[in-house]
Design a protein around this ligand. Structure first.
Ligand SMILES: Cc1ncc(COP(=O)(O)O)c(C=O)c1O
Length: 390
């Protein structure tokens, strides 16, 4: 569509999320010498302040990268060519991670899933228990599967690994989970936590993160996959003095500092509760429309996004196009094997009740304009829920 469109665009994809004005203003500051004392003070502060967001006391490494880079970094620093890694198919993102692992010379063994729930901890325990020779070197799972809206129970997966008495490393992608859904790197015994800047952290895309455990750092000393840009060693050597081995994303780090302050001001538990509440309101609206939710396991409903399944004969991408054209709102597409069959409503990041009501109104109007046979009134149901649980 050409020409000026009045009012804000609604960016309701499940990341990148809306970047709040406070963070935009922080990023806007002049770029400074990344080897000077002012930057070193900033870097030390931000590297310390980001740790509580992961609930860790161990080092967090920050790359100028997207989440995919942080995926690769986690693997190349801890594993060696030909290593077997146990991966779980939760949806399109877990599938892409398997492809990446294969390309860099690992041997993924994939536990198949139906894209409608999270990781089954019992299946992980069963497979690890049979691996008496400990050929499996790492277990890799996606915490919040952004393509479906299912959130896996990472603490329970940890217990499954422990129950199997297996020494594999535990690598978790929480690219769309961190700072929106409860996450505990240390308590859950995660060895590498992978995330990106553009979702719960409310920043533009451009930062990739690896939170480490002492076991992961130890593994990195003998891991043999080729690495240079992604090498943790040079980061771990230089970060304590506020330095990076190459030019960091200076302005995004200003934004990250602001984001950490905002999250701590609100309180992480309040952030998680806000997301849970918006997830519940959204699901009530979807059910009231008479539509199906992609995630079929209530204990794994994502607080970050909701996948909405289309009735047979209706194309989700056509609905998304109507909503973009008529109401200036972007919704997430169905990815991979669910393309056209579902769309995704993002309710994450810097987001409040009135933004959710606008989002759901845009969906309800768009579904009607697109001729999808829904029952009207989902917006009212969501509003009743929010008002009743203010
Ligand atoms: C769960 C998950 N993993 C990995 C990625 C890939 O991250 P990026 O697109 O930042 O490279 C995404 C992106 O949306 C994601 O949601």
């Amino acid at each position: 569509m050409s020409g000026h469109r009045a009012g804000p665009h609604f960016l309701q994809i499940p990341g990148p999320s809306n970047v709040p004005g406070r963070i935009l203003r922080a990023i806007e500051r002049p770029t400074i010498d990344h080897r000077g004392p002012t930057f070193q003070a900033l870097a030390k502060e931000v590297l310390a302040k980001v740790k509580p967001v992961f609930k860790t006391e161990h080092p967090v490494i920050i790359f100028p990268s997207s989440g995919t880079g942080a995926w690769e970094a986690a693997l190349v620093n801890t594993l060696s060519p030909g290593d077997t890694v146990l991966m779980y198919e939760t949806g399109q993102f877990s599938t892409l991670w398997v492809e990446l692992a294969t390309r860099i010379g690992l041997k993924p063994e994939v536990i198949a899933g139906d894209w409608r729930r999270g990781v089954d901890p019992a299946a992980i325990e069963e497979r690890l228990s049979r691996d008496k020779e400990h050929k499996i070197k790492a277990v890799c799972v996606v915490h919040n599967e952004t393509s479906t809206g299912a959130t896996s129970r990472i603490g329970v997966v940890r217990k499954a690994i422990d129950a199997a008495k297996h020494p594999a490393l535990f690598l978790v992608d929480t690219i769309s989970g961190l700072a929106s859904a409860d996450y505990r790197h240390d308590e859950w015994g995660v060895d590498v936590t992978i995330t990106g800047s553009q979702k719960g952290l409310m920043l533009p895309p451009g930062l990739g993160f690896n939170a480490l455990s002492p076991k992961a750092i130890e593994a990195s000393k003998s891991a043999k996959l080729t690495r240079s840009y992604w090498d943790w060693g040079s980061q771990l050597g230089q970060n304590p003095s506020g330095n990076f081995p190459y030019t960091p994303a200076t302005n995004l780090l200003y934004g990250l500092l602001e984001a950490c302050d905002m999250l701590m001001d609100e309180g992480l538990d309040n952030v998680f509760a806000r997301h849970e509440r918006h997830g519940e309101a959204t699901r009530r609206a979807v059910r009231a429309w008479g539509l199906e939710i992609q995630c079929q396991e209530p204990s794994e409903y994502s607080p970050v996004l909701t996948g909405v399944v289309m009735p047979d004969g209706h194309d989700a991408d056509a609905v998304r196009k109507v909503i973009l054209d008529k109401f200036d709102m972007s919704l997430g597409a169905g990815l991979g094997k669910v393309k056209g069959k579902m769309f995704r409503i993002g309710h994450l990041g810097d987001f409040n009740d009135l933004m959710l009501m606008g989002t759901l109104a845009g969906c309800e109007m768009g579904l009607r304009v697109a001729g999808v046979p829904i029952k009207p009134g989902g917006v009212q149901v969501a509003m009743d829920y929010l008002a009743g649980n203010a």
